[in-house]
Design a protein around this ligand. Sequence first.
Ligand SMILES: [Zn+2]
Length: 350
Amino acid sequence: MSTGTKLLRLTFETLHRSGVAAALRPWSQGLGVIFCMHSVQPEKPSADGFTPNAGLTSTPEFLDAALTMLRQAGYDLISLDDALLRIEEGRSAKPFAVFTLDDGYRDNLVHALPVFEKHSCPFVVYVTPGFVEASTEMWWLALERIIDKETGRLEAGNVSAVLDGSAASKWAAWSVLSPVVQGMPEHEQRTWIRETSARFGFDLAALCQELIMSWNEVRKLAAHPLATIGAHTLNHFAVSRLPEEEARREITVSGKALERELGRPVRHFAYPYGNVAHAGVRDFRLAAEAGYATAVTTRMGTVYPQHVRHLQALPRVMVSSKYAEPRWLKVLASGLPGRMNNLGRKLNVR
Ligand SMILES: [Zn+2]
């Protein structure tokens, strides 16, 4: 475990045990919280512990414990549409918690849905049509798998790494290459992963087909009374890095494609990656112009009545079983970490 992770765990455990987060909750809470998750699946054994994307995965047991704990702590587990009504009213008798899952993983249907059903907890799945149709690249997972399986030299931009099959060389390669690939302009990044995959015979389309729901599965989920389907761009691009017309197309057409496939309105949107570097004020405007009732970021924070004027820049709190204990969700939902992160401010929408 890295020093940073240890420090984070210590901070959350202290905030939880000391009662500080609970004591400050009336000041920091706001109306409620929107949690962001991705894949939900049972713990998979890894031969050498090389799991750099584990922060995007939670176990069904974690989700189960989190929902139990939040309900015991007095949170209303509600749909995003109901949360929107409370934001528009500017009040919530009890704080709300909304669960959202990004990208459209098949395990959301297989492993997360039964847990949400057990707790009668509504949830949102933000789907990227390009993943469903295997026409775009889940580059971060492809990079993980290539590093895990291959040996030899890998280069990106002006950095390189040598893989010798050891866990140490895999982690070293990931730490050098992934920030460079993440930071490339969007189309250059996808060219790089396509060329690298071709070199090693890695099948990018098969990765999408293995992990992401088919249209039939998305339709099955959309028909469930607890589920809401939202849009997540066509190609999972960081929209702020695109020219305006391309960003507008990614934001607008993804919702239209989902509406066509599902035969129902798509009112909600999530910005891929979703932090300050990936979605900004221009993109909030584009999401509003596209007609989305809400759009969520991954800027950490809880929701306040003031967000009524920034419904396309809603904050979320990212959680995964790798980095969080279920009891810490209470700390995260209290709003205190978000307020600390935002230097005491309620809004982080610029
Ligand atoms: Zn995503």
